[in-house]
Ligand binder design. Structure first.
Ligand code: 5RP
Length: 243
């Protein structure tokens, strides 16, 4: 899994802060990555103390983490079916989140982020979008005023060359993500490949999101436009909550 920037203590503060927003009886979307894992552990401790929640994992790793920490899990199709309760709250990490205005001051949460460092963005987007509230948990290295990180694009294996050509035509530079510990590409939980696409500064994330979604063979991409309701930024002293 690609990890970036901040310290584990910063990530822990962000994750634990968001976990405090979970209430008794909630169905909770459980994000993927090292920061979201801190939230899952904190929710697990609350479950030990009597909190009644059910978790909807966004990946194989999130499911394993939830089970290791005693959180009962439930499938998206069960809770989001016609008679299901839906998802009350989702807590997820990010690789970059737009938070600051031109001068570096926090103006308002745009709710737009890049995800997919853990190659889980397709399922994360489904769960995060289905939730009534999405809380994003990050360390300060993820905060920006303009998105510049590579955009992960999950593609059907057969389509990775044609999709790469279409991404180049759209002004991006795609690189097939390789596994760190073994020879070969990263394969997602859905059996697909990931193209990490550099676009330099992304001036219009909504427009780029539409362009990427329209490419044949693209399952989903890591641009989450206008999705976050709150951003919890953990730093060395505490947590700033932006809503
Ligand atoms: C997984 C993700 C992660 O949430 C994102 O990569 C952040 O990870 P971390 O908290 O480990 O830095 O999008 O697909």
């Amino acid at each position: 899994m690609k990890t970036t920037g901040g310290t584990d203590a910063q990530k822990r503060r962000a994750g634990e802060s968001a976990a405090e927003a979970v209430s008794d009886g909630d169905v909770v979307g459980l994000g993927t990555g090292s920061t979201a894992a801190h939230a899952i552990r904190a929710i697990g401790r609350a479950v030990d103390a009597g909190l009644d929640v059910r978790g909807v994992p966004t990946s194989f790793d999130a499911r394993a983490c939830a089970r290791d920490h005693g959180i009962p899990t439930v499938g998206l199709d069960t809770v989001c079916g016609p008679d299901g309760p839906g998802i009350d709250i989702a807590i997820d990490g990010a690789d970059q989140v737009v938070l600051t205005g031109e001068g570096g001051d926090v103006e308002e949460v745009s709710g737009t982020l890049i995800k997919g460092g853990g190659a889980a963005h397709a399922r994360e987007k489904v769960v995060d979008a289905a939730a009534d509230r999405l809380l994003v948990v990050v360390d300060p290295s993820k905060v920006t005023n303009v998105l510049t990180a590579d955009v992960p694009v999950e593609v059907l294996p057969e389509a990775h060359t044609t999709a790469a050509t279409a991404i180049r035509d759209a002004g991006g530079e795609p690189t097939l993500r390789r596994a760190e510990r073994k020879d070969g590409p990263v394969v997602t939980d859905n059996g697909n490949l990931v193209l990490d696409c550099s676009f330099d500064a992304i001036a219009d994330p909504g427009r780029l999101a539409g362009t990427l979604s329209a490419i044949p063979g693209v399952l989903d991409h890591g641009l989450f436009v206008d999705m976050a309701d709150e951003v919890h930024v953990g730093d060395d002293d505490g947590v700033a909550i932006h809503e």
